[in-house]
Design a protein around this ligand. Structure first.
Ligand code: IPE
Ligand code: IPE
Ligand code: MG
Length: 271
């Protein structure tokens, strides 16, 4: 059957092959960050408890981590739990922590086998010890992995991250190790939770909300944004493919002019 027959009748469109990236690797975001939102509302719409949405959401995490790894996305950061989420009902927090623990136990072998480097950003000391212990163990075990970096934002707040960085810098100034006029944006970057990590190229949020909710406030300066109406439990490879195609079609100018950007690679050409 010819290609045109497929395109004329969408019902005949063959299932997309998601084993390979929809665009060449240099047009994919090098760092994709996701605000995985809408679990609770999705579950409630089905007449189920909010926790059910988190459970399905964690299964979507498995699929998306696998797909990003296969496609060659080098850094994937997932907003899993915010500082402000500690204000939720105790039972929901407990369910989320249990899912995190389960995720770490069930995905450990896959993470190690595929040389994924696991990291976490956030105020980890607030996590219960029974989650913090396996989390820190797997972070340590995978620290030398050369494959994709998977960063979980846990007990994370962008403002809190900047406040902590400011406190550390102020301490150095007070101790005479640093002069205020030497503080640059690199100084601030160097005191963040993951100082060596490149800034996100693309931040996406599911659930229809169009806000950052305290996510990567410093790092998002030149990120592209994509807000999707579907809730996180309905996110899938197809949606990720569309997101990547939209990202590849954008021109990022970083304050420069179009002429200074290489149309093919989207990289800055020499001035
Ligand atoms: C995102 O889904 C997961 C977390 C914030 C932990 P929500 O739980 O925020 O779901 P909604 O937005 O209330 O539907
Ligand atoms: C942001 O979602 C945090 C995560 C997805 C983990 P929220 O559901 O907490 O954000 P708001 O309350 O809608 O802004
Ligand atoms: Mg929400």
């Amino acid at each position: 059957m010819s290609h045109s027959v497929y395109s004329e009748n969408p019902l005949l469109t063959p299932r997309q092959d998601h084993s390979i990236a929809p665009v060449s690797v240099d047009l994919l975001p090098q760092h994709l960050a996701i605000i995985m939102d809408g679990n609770g509302r999705w579950a409630q719409e089905q007449g189920a408890p909010r926790e059910e949405g988190h459970k399905v959401g964690s299964e979507v995490v498995n699929t998306i981590v696998r797909t990003c790894r296969r496609w060659g996305i080098k850094h994937l950061t997932l907003y899993a739990f915010s500082e402000q989420n500690w204000g939720r009902p105790k039972s929901e927090i407990k369910a989320l922590m249990k899912l995190l623990d389960q995720y770490l136990r069930e995905q450990r072998s896959e993470i190690l086998e595929h040389r994924i480097r696991l990291r976490a950003i956030g105020n980890l000391s607030k996590l219960p010890f029974w989650v913090r212990t396996p989390l820190q163990a797997l972070i340590k075990e995978s620290a030398q992995a050369q494959g994709m970096t998977l960063t979980l934002a846990l007990s994370y707040g962008g403002r809190e991250e900047i406040v902590k960085a400011t406190q550390k810098i102020a301490q150095k100034v007070q101790q005479g190790q640093l002069s205020p006029s030497d503080i640059t944006d690199e100084t601030i970057q160097a005191h963040l939770y993951a100082p060596d990590q490149p800034a996100p190229d693309l931040i996406i949020r599911t659930s229809g909300e169009q806000r950052l909710s305290n996510f990567l406030l410093w790092q998002c300066a030149y990120a592209e944004f994509d807000f999707l109406d579907i809730p996180w439990p309905m996110f899938n490879e197809e949606a990720l493919r569309d997101v990547c195609l939209r990202f590849a079609s954008r021109e990022r100018r970083f304050g420069l002019t179009s002429a200074q950007i290489d149309a093919k690679t989207q990289k800055i050409t020499s001035s």
